[in-house]
Structures are given as C-alpha cells and as structure tokens.
Design a protein. Structure first.
Length: 269
C-alpha cells in the first residue's frame, strides 16, 4: 500500500479563517480576505481562531478545504468499502475493463491473518490459479471486461481521490475505529499522517469517533468496547447513561409526541 497527498487547496488555513470569519463577523468576505492578504492578521491568530472554531464542532467551513490523494496497492475489498462514502468525495479508480493485467503483475493483497493461520501457501496457490485462468481467458479472446469476472476481492487496485476535510473527518470517524477492517484503517491512518505533514494544525481533528475532538465516546456494542485498546481511555455510551441515571434531574425515557409538542409550544412554532 502506498498513500501520498499529491495536492491540497492552497493556503487551507486562510480559507478556513475566511470561511469562519464570514460566519462570525459583520465584515464582508471581501474585507476579511483583504485583511488576510494584507497580513494585518497574524498567522498565530489565524491558527488559534481556527482551532477554537473546530473545537465547537462547527464543520461546514471544512468543506472548503480539499485534499487530493494518490492511493495504490490496495485491494478491491477495500475499494468496495471506500466507495460507500459518497458526499464530499470524488473517486477515480483503475478500471478492470480497460486495463488488461499481466499474469506476473497481479500482486494480490494477502491479509496477515492468512499467514498467522498457516494458510499462506493455500492463498498463493489459489490466486496463482486465478491469475493463470485470467491470462488464458484474455489469450483466448475473452474481453477484459469479462475476463475480470474471475478476479477476487484480493485483486489490487489504485485510486486518485479528491475529498474535503469535513468528509475526511467522517471517514476517519468510522474507519479509524478498531472495528474497521485492518486494510482501510491502515489507509486512513496513512492519509492522516500525510495531512499532519502538510497542515499539522488541523490533523489532530482527524480521529476515530471516540476521540476527544470528535464524538468523545464509543457508541459501538459494549462487548466491542471492552475488547478495544482505546476503551481504557475513552468511555462507552452505557457509562454516560448510567451517570445520567445516577445524577440527572429527570428519569430517562423514550421521546414521544408529547415532548415535541412541548417544544413547539415553548418555541411558538
């Protein structure tokens, strides 16, 4: 697997500052950007302001900061998961229809679990037979779009991805969680590392959802939380509900129409 940040929106901190200031200032965006370009706002002040806004959970300005990644040597099993993310992200993926793979260049992705189980040779023998069948099909005149039907989830693939920072946070919420499949977790961790090198001020806000800068607690099953190494430092939602039951002013109950009607009455909706 190889993950590289190939580009990102120029001066992302300035773009974030301009977007946030537009929300919280009487100044026009033109006036705000004039201050940015005139350097009348110190870079440290820009960084502090952005971090303070990020900590409030105001995320819509993050959609204006965009990153491009080159990702290669990952499996089709990973790609089937990644394309489930559809808002704020764009994919270009290596085609199995237009690319005719050579038998000796089909480097299938081998999970470590197969090695630990002592089944590496069985895996390699299976994919070698698949590679041979694929090559024979191409040689016999089977179109690549049909020959690919024999290729497994372990087949390698490559991506170029454009993703905004808000969506990248959402991806990290789910895919940095230890419940995520190992390969996509490794890929997202590498994306985070690339952003940390390029824009270190915002990288700490790319965390699994239990992180202190995200949701802050685990909402997976209690059994999964007990198995998780992060469970020693991040609370489970059941513990938060228990604290509320012990110290809250009212008993927990399911929301009903009565509660919504009361909100409407108070808000004069």
């Amino acid at each position: 697997m190889d993950v590289k940040l190939i580009d990102y929106a120029a001066d992302p901190l300035a773009k974030l500052y301009g977007a946030y200031r537009t929300c919280y200032s009487a100044d026009t965006p033109q006036h705000i950007w004039q201050k940015i370009r005139d350097a009348s706002i110190a870079p440290e002040r820009i960084r502090e302001f952005i971090v303070a806004r990020l900590e409030t959970g105001h995320t819509s300005p993050l959609e204006q900061v965009v990153f491009w990644f080159a990702i290669s040597g990952v499996s089709r099993a990973l790609s089937h998961q990644l394309v489930r993310h559809r808002i704020g992200i764009s994919f270009e993926q290596q085609s199995q229809r237009y690319v005719r793979f050579k038998e000796e260049r089909l480097e299938f992705i081998l999970p470590e679990s197969w090695k630990r189980a002592g089944l590496e040779s069985e895996f390699n023998e299976t994919v070698a037979r698949i590679s041979s069948a694929y090559s024979k099909a191409l040689a016999a005149g089977v179109p690549a779009e049909d020959a690919r039907f024999v290729l497994p989830n372990a087949a390698p693939t490559n991506f170029q991805i454009m993703v905004n920072f808000a969506e990248l946070q959402h991806i990290a919420d789910l895919r940095l969680c230890v419940r995520a499949q190992w390969e996509i977790r490794k890929m997202v961790a590498a994306m985070r590392a690339e952003i940390k090198r390029a824009v270190p001020e915002i990288a700490p806000f790319v965390q699994p959802k239990c992180g202190e800068r995200r949701q802050g607690y685990c909402d997976e099953s209690l059994e999964d939380w007990q198995k998780c190494p992060l469970g020693r430092v991040r609370p489970h939602k059941s513990l938060l509900f228990e604290l509320y039951r012990q110290h809250g002013s009212q008993a927990l109950r399911a929301l009903s129409d009565k509660e919504f009607e009361e909100v409407e009455r108070l808000e004069k909706l």
